[in-house]
Design a binder for this molecule. Structure first.
Ligand SMILES: [Zn+2]
Length: 391
């Protein structure tokens, strides 16, 4: 934050200099052009066959000199501005770390398959963002061979989302109907919400659409049990159709926020249905990296100062735990209290019969042939009785 403020101070200096220079230049130019204008008018009054008087030619040469001086002054001031602009660049260099080499794994993206995975993740990101032409260009240039079938869900998603943004519920309703079973399985109420919005759009238009609104209520039949309360509200609003919904106790139904909400709900449910995360994995990785980088750089610096940089030798493991916050917590992890390593498929957590849990590697290290003593209670037991724990 301090770094941002320091750069901002330099930027403020430049912009205030720029504003004062612009004002000053504009004033000078206006002044000069009006004086030239008046000289021209004066000269126009002189008949063509008459020579200028000495006074007139003196005024003319003085004006020319003034213009020349002003132009050279302006160009000097303009050059001075460059100095201030370059100071901003220097402030950026001074305040932000540009060398991340100490915390980068050198061969992280080496090898064809790693590069390919990275390209695919980037391509998927563009597809998710609706930047279809960029995704297509990357697909071709990196020879990813992403075929139409894997692109189609993204294209459909964007078609429907664009419809929703233009308050066209038709494509979304068709999609929800086609995927009804899947949506019920993931407990989604998107179909009801879409019908609800369609109904609200009808009652918004007043008594002329009353019959249409009443007919539309048939679409609510499948949702009667799960959304009884909301349906009561919608039916209640019909009483105020003549008077105008916008001045009734149901005016809140017309809040445009429901249109924003439906876009979010649709994206979330459609992604869940396709088995994808709502957010692009690439943007999550980058955001997590931005959170993790500053503490890692600090640790590396401290390690170098104390000459213990060798401590962080295994680069697939972080030297400290970095808490990225709730937002980035996707599943539980188990760190062995004995070996202080995170469990994985090869080294899973094992529950001893006393209830304490340690990693499989720790269990093997602690066991003495047929016996093992729990490092916590310390109950003696047989290693084979320990049970693997699944998260
Ligand atoms: Zn125990």
């Amino acid at each position: 934050m301090d770094a941002c403020l320091a750069v901002e101070r330099e930027v403020d200096k430049v912009s205030s200099k720029f504003v004062s220079l612009r004002d000053h230049t504009e004033n000078t130019v206006d002044e000069l052009s009006s004086s030239i204008e008046s000289i021209r008018n004066e000269l126009n009054e002189v008949p063509g066959d008459r020579e200028l008087t000495p006074a007139q030619s003196l005024i003319l040469s003085q004006s020319i000199r003034r213009v020349k001086d002003a132009v050279s002054r302006m160009s000097t001031e303009h050059k001075d501005l460059h100095g201030s602009v370059s100071k901003v660049g220097k402030a950026v260099d001074r305040n932000f770390v540009t060398d991340f080499s100490s915390v980068i794994i050198d061969n992280a993206f080496e090898g064809d398959w790693k590069q390919r995975i990275l390209d695919e993740v980037i391509c998927e990101h563009f597809l998710r963002q609706g930047m279809l032409d960029i995704a297509e260009a990357l697909n071709e240039e990196a020879m990813l061979n992403i075929d139409g079938t894997s692109k189609e869900p993204f294209l459909e998603l964007h078609r429907i989302l664009n419809g929703l943004k233009q308050k066209n519920l038709e494509p979304a309703l068709r999609w929800a109907e086609q995927n009804r079973n899947g949506l019920i399985e993931i407990n989604s109420s998107i179909e009801f919400k879409l019908h609800r919005l369609q109904f609200i759009d009808l009652i918004r238009q007043g008594p002329e659409r009353q019959l249409e609104a009443l007919m539309y209520t048939r679409n609510f039949a499948p949702f009667a049990t799960h959304h009884a309360k909301e349906l009561q509200v919608l039916m209640g609003s019909l009483l105020y159709l003549r008077q105008g919904i916008h001045i009734s106790p149901y005016a809140y139904l017309l809040d445009p926020i429901y249109w924003d909400e439906i876009c979010d709900v649709f994206t979330r449910d459609a992604c869940a249905l396709m088995g994808m995360s709502v957010e692009s994995p690439l943007s999550i990785s980058i955001r997590a990296g931005c959170v993790a980088l500053p503490p890692l750089l600090k640790i590396k610096q401290v390690m170098q100062q104390r000459q213990v940089s060798g401590v962080w030798s295994s680069k697939d493991e972080l030297p400290v735990e970095i808490d990225l916050g709730e937002e980035y917590r996707y599943h539980s992890i188990f760190a062995c209290p004995i070996l202080r390593q995170q469990s994985n498929d090869i080294n899973p957590p094992m529950r001893l019969i006393c209830g304490h849990v340690i990693s499989k590697d720790a269990l093997n290290k602690l066991s003495n042939g047929t016996k093992v003593k729990c490092p916590y209670c310390p109950m003696e037991q047989v290693p084979v009785e320990a049970k693997m724990i699944y998260f």
